[in-house]
Design a binder for this molecule. Structure first.
Ligand code: GCO
Ligand code: MG
Length: 448
């Protein structure tokens, strides 16, 4: 009777629609077991620095004994600031909130600082967000990828870092990774843009730059000679293709270190070697050059590792100005926004290629992989193999096999944190991680 009146009231009686049966509502309550909501009791940062790499994760404790979640908040260059953003702000903001309401907690935390979209607060928010997805998976009894729609592939195809100090060493590394089963290998000569440190082509010609002779800058400043770097990359591709064949997918990271037109000319010069993608041809400040790049060449482009704000990715993605979105997902606030980025990309054929080097925690790598498994427009995943130390600090870390990443198939994200062991690797007192200040010969600072 009650249900029919409700339908009449809605004018839906003749449409055969039905108000959810009391049993359906009841089953929802069963899911929550009709008990009072599980709430957040503490949000804390766990900072650890194994192998001298600062890693930050967030642990969210709840009102249900033994139920907690962990999430990645790793921004190694400003680790202490992220720890403070978590412990001094997010903890108080979150206490008492219902763990189920991830979107509401994300949206309200996102604007709670009013000014937003910066790397420090976004990383703190990411740690919270990923921990809440971990908790939701544990409560649902499912790995997080199931909550995102289930698997769209059996495992996560990855690329390895196959660089070297010389072309010969790079070829050896590419061959080694191919022998390990990788289908994709990134090739770099020397550090990012730093071929000239070895005199180009891996020679050990003395390249003491003028600014060092003039005693300008600081002792740990690096030198970049764009001409030598630009000449070294096509040579590197040519030799690796000759030695390793045409099938292996080769990637390269320009790392934003060239003037935009030099970057466009470099990308064009690589066409004949069929790169899988060329990464970060421009700095985020120079994304206005993408339309010119798109007119000049069809080499696939990856961009986004340095993005923090939707203002940086929405337009280039909807304009199809690059092919792979390379976001470091903790830099934009975690799984919740990253899934939205992935879904946006599907409509514009932009594929995912989340940032995943050594300075992402194993929890962050797992978060990458859960999204990778579930979205249709997955592109490729950057991956590292975790040392024994990292696997002890982060039990359940994803595993690599034949160039594929496999997550721990348990409810949640599948990675835990051994807090006692993590504390054995404290952050350096003064977080003097000054990301490779790079200068031209005259000392002009280069965006790294
Ligand atoms: C990559 C990145 C990294 C970054 C590093 C910064 O493509 O993996 O460029 O190597 O330089 O994560 O801390
Ligand atoms: Mg990069």
């Amino acid at each position: 009777m009650h249900r029919r009146n409700a339908l009449k009231g809605l004018g839906l009686a003749g449409l055969g629609l039905s108000v959810p049966a009391a049993s359906a509502t009841a089953s929802h309550q069963n899911l929550n077991r009709g008990m009072k909501p599980v709430t957040i009791t503490k949000v804390k940062a766990i900072a650890t620095c194994p192998h001298n790499i600062e890693l930050i994760v967030v642990k969210v404790e709840t009102s249900e004994p033994g139920l907690y979640g962990v999430g990645c908040a790793t921004f190694r260059q400003r680790a202490h600031a992220v720890v403070s953003a978590i412990n001094d702000y997010l903890d108080d903001f979150c206490r008492g909130k219902d763990v189920d309401n991830i979107e509401d907690i994300w949206q309200t935390a996102y604007v709670s600082s009013y000014w937003r979209n910066g790397p420090v607060l976004n990383n703190a928010l990411s740690g919270l967000d990923q921990a809440l997805w971990d908790i939701k998976g544990k409560r649902a009894g499912m790995p997080v990828y199931q909550l995102l729609g289930g698997k769209c592939r059996f495992a996560v195809d990855c690329y390895a870092h196959g660089g070297g100090k010389t072309i010969e060493e790079t070829i050896e590394n590419v061959q080694r990774f191919m022998d390990e089963g990788y289908r994709h290998v990134r090739i770099q000569l020397g550090g990012y843009g730093a071929a000239q440190m070895l005199g180009g082509y891996g020679n050990t010609v003395d390249q003491t730059p003028d600014f060092k002779k003039a005693n300008f800058g600081t002792p740990d400043d690096n030198y970049m000679n764009p001409y030598l770097y630009m000449k070294s990359v096509p040579k590197l591709f040519e030799e690796v293709r000759k030695a390793c064949g045409d099938e292996v997918e080769l990637l390269h990271d320009v790392h934003e270190r060239l003037q935009p037109l030099d970057a466009i000319n470099l990308v064009k010069s690589l066409e004949e070697y069929r790169p899988f993608f060329i990464e970060d041809p421009f700095s985020p400040e120079n994304i206005g050059y993408f339309p010119m790049l798109r007119q000049q060449t069809t080499v696939p482009i990856a961009m986004g590792e340095l993005y923090n704000s939707p203002h940086e990715w929405v337009n280039p993605m909807t304009e199809r100005l690059f092919d792979f979105i390379r976001i470091h997902i903790s830099q934009i606030g975690g799984i919740t926004p990253a899934v939205k980025v992935a879904r946006l990309g599907e409509w514009f054929n932009v594929r995912t290629a989340w940032h995943g080097p050594g300075d992402v925690s194993p929890v962050g790598h797992a978060a990458n992989a859960h999204i990778d498994l579930a979205v249709w427009n997955f592109g490729i995943q950057e991956a590292v193999s975790f040392s024994d130390t990292l696997q002890e600090i982060f039990p359940g870390a994803p595993k690599m096999k034949d160039g594929y990443m496999y997550i721990n198939e348990v409810p949640g994200l599948g990675v835990d944190v051994n807090e006692e062991l993590a504390l054995k690797y404290p952050l350096p007192e003064k977080n003097n991680y000054n990301w490779t200040q790079l200068r031209r010969g005259d000392g002009t600072p280069v965006r790294p």
